[in-house]
Design a protein around this ligand. Structure first.
Ligand code: HEC
Ligand code: HEC
Length: 261
């Protein structure tokens, strides 16, 4: 017993400089350790992602790779649906856009991929159709021209945003973000282009399946993937979100039939 303790103590002393170095390193990087992930998954993220996705170095503006709640509310992780989660898609060959992660190479092994996949699939979605606390039961009549059009054409900024863009500044015929192309009609936005008829963005009467409503919310129904909108492609800029009043305007405009009013 005593021998074992002595051996442990010796090991501890030998490791002390190492521990000190790694602690110093951690506080320097301000790594935020999150208990939401399983130990294995957070270890993978620490080993392979934080060098580029922490507050010190935020590639693509993604600085909260260890914060599972922020990843979920910003749409990188779709709880219960790994294959519909951008974070998982980016780990595979042929991601929807950009490079396979980690960008430096040393991709995840099959076993590591499985760990991430299983963790995401084991999470439960906080929203199911019909129990959506972000969208009020009732709301005033929403107008396309006075409520919706300004939301789509005004850059959102809290004053600290260096590159705040309006929805239409990314969703136009040049950038074609997410293949959702809106056009201008004078200084306002063209109604028909917002409907994107025949597509999934606006399904008149049904905000639960309409991507325009679900993508601006913190929690979305499980078939919706990708980032929470608006997005900001500039590193270390966290985009300003729509206010809950604006979210209600968008979703209730759809619920009320997505009229050109
Ligand atoms: C060497 C730097 C580097 C490492 C390491 C790295 N990334 Fe990235 N990551 C980037 C860059 C640069 C981009 C933006 C370009 C792109 O999407 O290809 C990016 C983009 C992303 C995006 C898309 C963000 C967005 O808003 O479009 C996700 C998700 C992501 N990385 C996840 C990860 C994960 C998970 C890991 C670890 C397994 C990882 N990255 C490791 C550099 C890195
Ligand atoms: C800086 C650029 C940028 C801004 C600003 C932006 N978006 Fe996006 N948007 C994207 C990109 C990139 C995608 C595709 C990736 C994704 O879905 O995560 C996308 C996808 C979408 C989609 C899903 C389209 C589909 O069918 O897959 C919707 C809906 C959407 N955005 C709505 C909005 C709204 C509403 C706003 C303004 C409140 C907005 N976006 C602001 C870049 C942007």
């Amino acid at each position: 017993m005593a021998n074992l303790k002595a051996a442990h103590f010796k090991l501890f002393i030998t490791l002390l400089p190492l521990i000190a170095i790694s602690l110093a390193d951690c506080s320097f990087r301000e790594v935020k350790v999150d208990t939401g992930f399983s130990t294995t998954v957070s270890q993978i993220l620490v080993d392979k992602c934080i060098q580029c996705h922490s507050s010190q170095n935020a590639s693509a503006g993604l600085y909260y790779i260890l914060d599972s709640n922020a990843l979920i509310s910003n749409g990188y992780i779709n709880p219960g649906n790994a294959s519909g989660s951008l974070l998982y898609q980016k780990l595979l060959a042929n991601p929807p856009y950009g490079a396979r992660m980690p960008k430096s190479g040393s991709y995840l092994t099959d076993q590591e991929l499985l760990e991430v996949k299983n963790w995401i699939n084991s999470q439960t979605s906080t929203v199911s159709a019909g129990s959506d606390t972000e969208v009020a039961e009732t709301y005033r009549t929403v107008s396309f021209s006075t409520d919706i059009a300004p939301i789509l054409t005004t850059p959102l900024s809290d004053g600290t945003q260096t590159n705040a863009k309006s929805c239409i500044q990314c969703h136009n015929s040049t950038d074609q973000a997410g293949d959702y192309v809106m056009s201008l009609n004078g200084t306002s936005v063209d109604y028909t282009s917002v409907l994107n008829t025949g597509n999934r963005q606006v399904i008149a009467g049904n905000y639960v399946t309409s991507w325009l409503c679900q993508k601006v919310k913190a929690n979305r129904t499980s078939q919706i993937s990708g980032l929470r909108m608006p997005h900001n492609s500039v590193a270390s800029v966290n985009p300003v979100k729509l206010t809950s009043d604006q979210v209600n305007q968008v979703c209730h405009w759809i619920k009320q039939g997505a009229l050109n009013n």
